[in-house]
Design a protein around this ligand. Structure first.
Ligand SMILES: [Fe+2]
Length: 447
């Protein structure tokens, strides 16, 4: 365990998962005050491209203007407030309000309105530009912050920046874009991805490719957390098998190694993977020079407060984002972007050497040169019509029950194990907000 900060004895009551008052406090003091991962820079490469990011009752437009500059502003017409653009990725030279045809440049300035002479006060440019939002980028992601007085993004991310720096995340391509609506509060999803305590029970397949008992947790300032799980191994709670598991066989084959060589030598697989990656580095499209041997076989996860989970390996990443439902605290959305490092042709990369521990479901449609966003309800996961990978499907299938139990009058507060210390750290930071809003009394602190 690596700790930058201490964790207090944290009361995690059930109210925060369903009470509308908590949701309003979160809207005002978390969603409207925090840096939020809003878009992929790759969706904003070309001038005139726009991405609309919805969070609660707010919607933010991010646009690249004709001069190449990036801008972010509220998606609300300064005339009567009408939402200007639908959620998603698009391209447009100007933003025209669908109601009265007010027209805005992509830098947010009002370009014109029908019948300007009918406005007795005129159309003052400063007053009527789209309300700006702070914007910054990191690792190929665009972040926004609705608070004009927010600290810089790099200060907010702190040591997460150096931790994630060796991974080539910004070079990865989007290969799947999914959104599922789920029957739980947005925090239940973050809690779920903040501990491995449940893994052995509901993800029995994990024992065949990761060693959760030897994972390392990290706690950072501002509520961010990290996790490093040894990969290419089997779970140390169980005897080492005689033969490579099905997952290990796939991983070895992807690197051009014959899995049969490791019958009776399964414990030697991580070292062989490391050697193979080092040998291939700079030749088959992958450049591992910035990564340590340990990083080559470790699955990392960085949770960015409040609502982002980045889980990956040197070759691929899942960006998972939990967003609140605008009106019902017992519902939320999970966005999942699957990113993959495609071999760099300049380094001799070819399609025969694609390796990732974070494969997509393979069902993505391509529209206008980009994978189409696929939106569905959790029922589609339960019925098997849609998948966000076996592991996440297993989590989603349980979260409605987690939510139902948290709402019960029979649930007082959570009782956490050491394995759930990242859950505690996340709620520690949330509790500062609840306390400031009078939602958490000091007397409720645990002994
Ligand atoms: Fe899980």
């Amino acid at each position: 365990m690596i700790k930058d900060t201490e964790v207090a004895a944290v009361p995690i009551d059930g109210d925060r998962y369903h009470d509308p008052h908590h949701a309003r406090v979160e809207a005002d003091h978390i969603w409207r005050k925090s840096w939020l991962l809003a878009a992929l820079e790759s969706d904003l490469q070309k001038p005139k491209s726009t991405v609309t990011f919805d969070i609660g009752h707010d919607s933010i437009i991010i646009a690249r203007a004709s001069d190449g500059t990036l801008h972010a502003y509220h998606n609300a017409c300064t005339h009567r407030g009408t939402r200007l653009l639908e959620e998603g990725v698009s391209s447009t030279p100007l933003i025209t309000c669908p109601y009265h045809a007010w027209c805005f440049n992509l830098d947010g300035r009002l370009r014109g309105a029908p019948d300007p002479d009918s406005f007795a006060e005129g159309l003052p440019a400063d007053r009527l530009r789209l309300k700006p939002v702070q914007l910054d980028t990191w690792q190929g992601f665009v972040f926004v912050n609705m608070d004009p007085d927010a600290e810089p993004l790099s200060d907010f991310l702190g040591r997460m920046v150096e931790r994630a720096a060796p991974y080539p995340i910004a070079k990865m391509d989007l290969i799947e874009d999914q959104t599922v609506s789920v029957e739980c509060n947005w925090k239940a999803m973050i809690d779920n991805f903040s501990e491995l305590y449940h893994v052995d029970h509901i993800h029995p397949q994990h024992k065949r490719f990761v060693d959760c008992p030897n994972a390392t947790d990290e706690l950072f300032e501002n509520g961010h957390t990290g996790l490093h799980v040894p990969g290419f191994v089997t779970d140390s709670r169980y005897p080492v098998p005689d033969r490579p598991t099905d997952y290990q066989e796939m991983q070895l084959t992807a690197l051009g190694i014959d899995a049969q060589e490791f019958v009776g030598r399964v414990a030697e697989i991580p070292a062989a993977i490391t050697r193979a990656k080092r040998e291939q580095s700079g030749r088959n499209g992958y450049d591992y020079s910035a990564l340590s041997d340990e990083q080559l076989t470790t699955v990392f996860q960085y949770n960015l407060f409040p609502n982002i989970i980045l889980s990956g390996s040197p070759e691929g990443l899942w960006m998972m984002r939990s967003r609140p439902h605008p009106d019902d605290p017992s519902q939320s959305y999970l966005d999942k972007w699957t990113l993959q490092l495609n071999p760099d042709p300049a380094l001799g990369g070819g399609s025969e050497h694609k390796q990732t521990m974070h494969a997509a479901s393979g069902n993505s449609e391509i529209a206008d040169g980009r994978v189409a966003r696929d939106c569905f309800g959790h029922e589609a996961i339960l019925s098997g019509a849609k998948s966000m990978t076996e592991t996440i499907d297993q989590d989603i299938s349980l979260l409605a029950r987690v939510q139902a139990g948290a709402r019960s009058s029979g649930f007082d507060h959570a009782w956490l194990s050491d394995q759930e210390i990242r859950v505690a750290h996340f709620h520690d930071v949330l509790n500062e907000t609840y306390r400031a809003a009078g939602l958490l009394e000091e007397t409720k602190l645990l002994p």
